[in-house]
Design a protein around this ligand. Structure first.
Ligand SMILES: Cc1cc2nc3c(=O)[nH]c(=O)nc-3n(C[C@H](O)[C@H](O)[C@H](O)COP(=O)(O)OP(=O)(O)OC[C@H]3O[C@@H](n4cnc5c(N)ncnc54)[C@H](O)[C@@H]3O)c2cc1C
Ligand SMILES: NC(=O)c1ccc[n+]([C@@H]2O[C@H](COP(=O)([O-])OP(=O)(O)OC[C@H]3O[C@@H](n4cnc5c(N)ncnc54)[C@H](O)[C@@H]3O)[C@@H](O)[C@H]2O)c1
Length: 487
């Protein structure tokens, strides 16, 4: 039996977990455990590199829009390897520097680059058999891609978001399986860069968790931009029969009708040949790797570590003092801004165990960096009607094309939809699709977070004319809500 090594603080996960190591811990003994690449998902294989592809993809898309406005632009092609090397030249350097700083430059932090599992409430055993004990322990272990159990998932041309951004050459034809955030963003990026994209989705609607009006509109736009096959799932992936093409990475993706979801692919071939496949079929929390349930921690039906309002881990429904959870391993949002805020709460509570603070932030926004961009916060119209009843809910859909900046853009796609409580003007949700949606949604987040009713939010401040933010102002003014008395 190994001798236990004692730490003041053990953090499992170097993504948002890394930000917990403040100056307070200097002179104490801190372990950051990570079996993967230092810096976690967002930096190495998530938000940051994806958005570094999104921006050039947006430029590659510009000619289509420019042509409508009388500007003759041409897309001559993308230098994918150069783009990839620029992106990972920056990202990898940040990860390496972070690792070196924690591992080599600070004598009070130790990086444990090994897989660990819980073998006691505050005790971890590493793959090589080290026994680590922490006065306080934080589970910030994130999530990983979930793959369906079908043949061929181990073929080199079959990727997840972990690997697709680092491929040696731009795929000529890419099959994207899944219609969530990841599937939508990568289909949008690769199609803009000139890859022939075929997206396969079980349900008829992409981004089906979003407001139906936005999801339907996006699905329709996507089906015009790339080959969208809904009502299908993947049965198997296998190398193509021709040995030379198989050697070149070409695979045959065998589709099967999605059970019970009614497929629209009648007459379409059920085999698609491609030189790359992206499986974007959801992500699972890494709590199973930690064997949390074995030592009594509560793991929810979604597979996340149960935590209370102070981010304290629960065992048998009771908080375990000094043990916290945050990020994808402890919430179902799977969003970096949520992980970051939870980390701020945990950072405080680790240092002030006698004066804990609650996580009290309001509604969580999310943005999908497709073209068009999408952002949402709060309830969808369907959810609001279900909770409050149809008569209690008022909705306004403001087209981008009906405000001045939208005219300038000749916009035909953008929409800003706001959902509110009729009697009070309380904003319940907002759903924006179009240019700069991720920024435009912030006004709704502010209104909802600080309880500003719709009319006050619209008339209680200036809106620069003729900025695109006028879609937000007009959407708010279009609601059937009480007048705040402001002019
Ligand atoms: C392609 C993609 C794009 C995304 N884009 C966005 C976006 O635009 N906006 C947004 O808000 N969110 C986005 N996300 C989600 C965001 O990346 C995550 O919500 C966030 O990174 C989660 O951070 P975390 O700290 O919880 O976990 P992570 O950053 O995943 O860190 C967990 C770490 O724990 C380590 N680990 C796990 N188990 C063990 C173990 N047993 N032993 C040792 N180490 C272990 C892992 O190696 C990992 O490094 C995206 C995700 C993906 C995949
Ligand atoms: N911009 C962002 O904020 C951003 C970007 C990327 C990822 N993320 C986070 O990462 C999480 C995971 O993203 P995701 O897109 O992988 O998951 P998701 O759960 O949103 O979508 C998974 C999709 O795969 C489909 N699917 C599942 N199994 C399938 C099968 N066997 N055959 C065909 N289709 C199948 C589902 O129907 C769904 O459309 C998101 O929930 C999000 O929070 C955020």
């Amino acid at each position: 039996m190994a001798t236990a090594e004692d730490f003041d603080l053990i953090i499992i996960g170097s993504g948002s977990g890394n930000s917990l190591v403040t100056e307070h811990w200097e002179g104490r003994r801190v372990a950051i455990v990570d079996a993967g690449v230092f810096g976690g998902t967002c930096l190495n294989r998530g938000c940051i590199p994806t958005k570094m592809y999104v921006y050039p993809a947006q430029l590659a898309d510009a000619p289509a829009e420019a042509g409508r406005l009388g500007v003759d632009l041409r897309f001559e092609g993308a230098d994918f390897p150069a783009m990839r090397d620029r992106i990972f030249g920056r990202v990898d350097a940040i990860s390496d520097a972070g690792l070196r700083y924690r591992r080599d430059e600070l004598d009070w932090t130790e990086v444990v680059a090994e897989e660990v599992r819980f073998t006691g409430a505050r005790e971890l055993t590493t793959a090589s058999g080290r026994l680590l004990r922490g006065d306080q322990v934080v589970v910030a272990a994130g999530s990983r891609p979930a793959l369906p159990d079908v043949p061929g998932m181990d073929l080199p041309s079959v990727h997840t978001s972990d690997t697709i951004m680092r491929v040696s050459r731009q795929p000529r034809r890419l099959v994207v399986v899944g219609g969530g955030f990841i599937g939508a963003e990568f289909a949008s990026v690769f199609s803009a860069l000139g890859t022939e994209v075929v997206q396969v989705n079980r349900s008829p609607r992409l981004l089906r968790h979003l407001d139906a009006a936005v999801a339907d509109r996006f699905t329709e736009i996507a089906s015009r931009r790339w080959d969208l096959r809904t009502g299908w799932t993947v049965g198997a992936v296998e190398p193509v029969a021709d040995p030379a093409r198989a050697e070149d990475g070409w695979v045959a993706v065998r589709l099967e009708p999605a059970p019970g979801l009614g497929r629209d692919g009648g007459g379409e071939p059920s085999v698609i040949e491609a030189d790359a496949v992206l499986m974007a079929t959801g992500r699972v929390p890494n709590t199973d790797r930690l064997h949390l349930a074995d030592v009594g921690y509560d793991v929810t039906a979604d597979g996340v570590l149960a935590v209370d309002g102070f981010q304290r881990a629960l065992a048998g429904g009771e908080p375990v003092p000094g043990v916290y959870g945050l990020g994808d391993a402890a919430n179902t949002w799977q969003l970096k801004h949520v992980a970051n805020h939870e980390a701020r709460v945990v950072a405080h509570n680790l240092v002030h165990p006698g004066a804990l603070r609650q996580n009290t932030l309001g509604p969580v926004p999310a943005a999908v960096f497709t073209r068009p961009q999408i952002a949402s916060v709060g309830l969808t119209e369907e959810e609001a009607v279900e909770r409050l009843g149809e008569d209690a809910v008022t909705v306004k859909e403001q087209a981008f094309g009906d405000v001045a900046y939208g005219w300038a853009m000749e916009d035909t796609e953008g929409v800003c939809k706001v959902v509110a409580e009729r009697a009070t003007g309380r904003i319940l949700g907002a759903h924006v699709m179009g240019h700069d949606a991720a920024n435009l949604v912030q006004t709704f987040v502010t209104g909802m977070s600080f309880d500003i009713d719709a009319h006050t939010l619209a008339r209680g401040q200036y809106w620069p004319h003729p900025a695109l933010s006028e879609v937000v102002e007009n959407a708010l003014l279009g609601l059937d809500v009480p007048d705040s008395g402001r002019l």
